[in-house]
Ligand binder design. Structure first.
Ligand code: PXG
Length: 465
């Protein structure tokens, strides 16, 4: 076969893709019929496709390209490292400079006594490490039965067997024999969809107290850890009411439950602080990291654990690790990414410039006839689409129908804005300027208006009973 290149006709690339490439989270037969969009290049916040279209990427890839596309410094760092030491492991009494330097840098950036890093190749792998870390921790402390991990419905913690078990996605649990034993799920703090007649503050407390109820029911001496995203990302950018996190912290402290903050999306500036835990005012014992750690330029993740856990785990042989734990090229790329985040003061830019500007415009979307609530923390936002704002009604059509129509309009207008059910979400690169945000909103308004017209025309602007 001849070399496959960016310059081949789109239809040919699509045919080859359909013939041999299985896509994640997709119905591949449908993709083959419709043809996929072929992304060829990217710069800043724009993607280019094989038809020469310029697409504004308001999702930063998959929530990860925090510094934007096309930074040569990261390519140079990767090339330098590949020439010097493309690979070595850190298993058998060896180490290398990129892993040493990155672990040190992360210990410096992470809050409190989160000073030790166990590397992985992705967020899923890191959460699998966390399952074994927390269970081994309690076993080493003489409490092997303290092995249940509590998580939340509609959480996303990854796609491997362990991490998908931690996650609370019903569609994922329906396939492949998960969850694994000793994972327990409580309800999410999604006031818009599930708050009923309660005020948000009251609902936040009630949902946090489900953790306490679960601990008491399962037994304090059985529960090892609670894992949660500071802001649920893949679940639809669900921002908990303000009462939620302080209560969760109180409960974890009271019952000596390890708190795992899954910072895979929230970390590295996304919420306007280095970590979402800081934005939410919580003190985790472990943070899961990936995505923004390298701005997606290289696959790398990890678990940052506190001094106590590192000490307890360090006193035994921890039989766990991945070929690519601390991969030198990925670590070098991550280090360069962190240098750029720091030197260009990108987290400050989010907090002081981009997020306040975005928030104002995002919240104003509630005046659109399709939009109920608008939630936003830093550079992650969601809007709930509804046929009736006052009753927070769901649509009569199957969940996701309206969201999909809206997403298709965005796609047609060269805007990547995703849907989760009937919520629309954004998570743009952190480097967006106010002018970029203005351009994004031109496309958002156009897409919402077109979607509204289409939904109305199809008679879908109807509430479920
Ligand atoms: N934790 C969180 C909070 C995530 O968002 C993972 C762990 C897993 O990371 P890896 O690197 O193994 O994918 C994620 C990943 C979506 C979507 O549709 C989100 C993710 C992955 C794939 C799709 O929004 N988040």
């Amino acid at each position: 076969m001849s070399t496959i290149t960016n310059h081949m006709p789109t239809a040919e690339l699509q045919a080859l893709d359909a013939a041999h490439h299985m896509h994640p989270f997709s119905t591949n037969a449908d993709l083959s019929k419709d043809g996929v969009r072929v992304i060829t290049r990217a710069k800043g916040i724009y993607l280019s496709d094989s038809e020469g279209e310029q697409i504004l990427d308001a999702m930063a890839g998959l929530w990860c390209v925090n510094i934007g596309y096309g930074r040569d410094e990261l390519a140079d760092a990767a090339a330098r490292q590949m020439r010097e030491l493309p690979y070595y492991n850190t298993f058998f009494k060896t180490t290398h400079v990129p892993a040493i330097a990155l672990a040190n840098k992360l210990a410096e950036l992470a809050p409190g006594d989160l000073n030790h890093v166990f590397f992985a190749g992705s967020g899923s792998e890191a959460n699998d490490s966390n399952i074994r870390l927390v269970r081994t921790y309690w076993a080493e402390k003489g409490q092997p039965d303290k092995n249940i991990i509590i998580s939340r419905h509609n959480a996303y913690h990854g796609s491997s067997v362990g991490s998908a078990s931690l996650g609370g996605m019903a569609g994922m649990h329906a396939q492949g024999g998960i969850p694994i034993p000793n994972v327990h799920h409580i309800n999410q703090p999604n006031w818009w969809a599930e708050g009923g007649d309660m005020a948000p503050e009251e609902f936040g407390l009630a949902r946090a107290r489900e953790l306490e109820e679960a601990i008491l029911e399962l037994g304090e001496n059985r529960v090892a850890a609670f894992i949660a995203e500071p802001v649920q990302g893949a679940g639809g950018v669900i921002v908990a009411p303000e009462t939620y996190w302080p209560e969760i912290q109180r409960i974890c402290d009271k019952y000596e439950i390890l708190l795992i903050a899954d910072e895979v999306i929230c970390g590295f500036g996304r919420t306007g602080s280095w970590f979402g835990s800081q934005t939410m005012g919580i003190r985790p014992h472990i943070m899961t990291i990936a995505k923004g750690l390298s701005s997606g330029y290289a696959p790398i993740g990890g678990s940052i654990v506190n001094d106590d856990i590192a000490k307890v785990i360090g006193d035994t042989e921890f039989n766990h690790g991945y070929t690519y734990s601390g991969h030198p090229v990925a670590a070098a790329v991550a280090l360069e990414n962190l240098r750029i985040l720091e030197e260009e003061r990108i987290v400050d830019h989010v907090r002081d410039v981009a997020a306040p500007y975005l928030k104002k415009k995002w919240e104003a979307l509630t005046s659109h006839p399709l939009v109920g609530e608008a939630k936003i923390v830093g550079m992650m936002g969601s809007i709930a689409l509804t046929p009736d704002k006052s009753s927070r009604a769901k649509f009569a059509s199957e969940a996701g129908t309206i969201g999909l129509i809206c997403r298709e309009r965005c796609f047609a207008n060269n805007l990547i804005m995703r849907h989760v059910g009937d919520r629309m979400i954004i998570s743009p690169p952190l480097i967006v300027t106010p002018a970029d945000i203005d351009e994004m909103f031109l496309r958002i308004h156009k897409s919402l208006d077109e979607a509204h017209a289409e939904i109305t025309k199809q008679g879908l602007m109807r509430a479920a009973n």
